[in-house]
Design a protein around this ligand. Sequence first.
Ligand SMILES: Cc1cc2nc3c(=O)[nH]c(=O)nc-3n(C[C@H](O)[C@H](O)[C@H](O)COP(=O)(O)O)c2cc1C
Length: 329
Amino acid sequence: MGPGTSTIQKMPNPAEPAARKPDPRGPDMRVSLAGVPLRSPVIAASGTFGYGLEFEEILSFRRIGAFVTKGLSAQPMAGNPAPRIIETAAGMMNAIGLQNVGVKAFVEQKMPRLRQIPDAVVIANIFGFTIADCLEVIQALNDAPGIALYELNASCPNTAHGGMVFGTDPRLLEELVRKTEQISQRPLMVKLSPNVTSIATMAKAAEDAGAHALSLVNTFLSMAIDVETRRPRIANVTAGLSGPAIKPIAVRMVYEAARAVKIPVVGLGGILRAEDAVEFLLAGATAVQVGTASYADPRAVENIAEGLKRWCAAHHVAHVTELTGGLQL
Ligand SMILES: Cc1cc2nc3c(=O)[nH]c(=O)nc-3n(C[C@H](O)[C@H](O)[C@H](O)COP(=O)(O)O)c2cc1C
């Protein structure tokens, strides 16, 4: 969507207050994310939900807001050598290295099947080693019907180039977002790296360059050593830490980012229960994503979405949107 060509604001949106009627069956869980209406603010995070198809028999797509695909690159990627996942005290470390089928196979083989799943809202996660790579992925996705939104991964810690390099330099991030937004035919959400000194600076840089929403956080750069062999426990040496261990840092970062920008912020990092999601919403998030929790329980995203609904009912929250930024200081 280049300058002056954006239709995002004009799209009819049943989640807008004017169109919203109180639901006698319970709290209204609908939210609007950059013009995309979602049934619930709870979304399955990238890299922990495959291409969605793997979860068709496991949970109800009707009960969750959306899901984000594994990161898609211009060419198929085999990822890093094993071992590339380990469990930690309160989470996990991974250095998958963006293993994926490539955007062409996603569009030709996965998307037609995904479109058969009623109620599945697809967010395509985009990765590239260079800006040109990212543009190639977006071009390929633009022609594929059935995708609601793009999430641009400017934050993967597990590749030597691209990924986190974009997400830690505000000028590079601005250039990446500006160029991708210009050709994007869908709302563009930019996924920020937590491996920075000032998340507010990065959030503002992405907003100024044209991002329609932000998601944060990706994993924290980390390392573990086997003291018997004295070798790294992950073949890539360093890896990304996720899960409950990172939640308090992620909540702080969402709070700081949400205060710095006007565009919606999607919060994630260590969400296991409905109350964790509420924390992110109160910190300023419009929606949340659930990642590592799906490894322990493949139905976690649905359970958290349903739990959030019950939490709202028990706390007399008529519309889940009331929680966003509700932190009392
Ligand atoms: C195994 C694994 C693979 C991941 N792959 C991706 C990816 O391809 N693209 C991306 O943007 N984030 C990826 N992530 C990051 C997650 O989407 C999420 O940002 C992070 O894990 C923090 O959330 P969590 O603590 O709920 O897992 C991955 C995370 C894990 C654990």
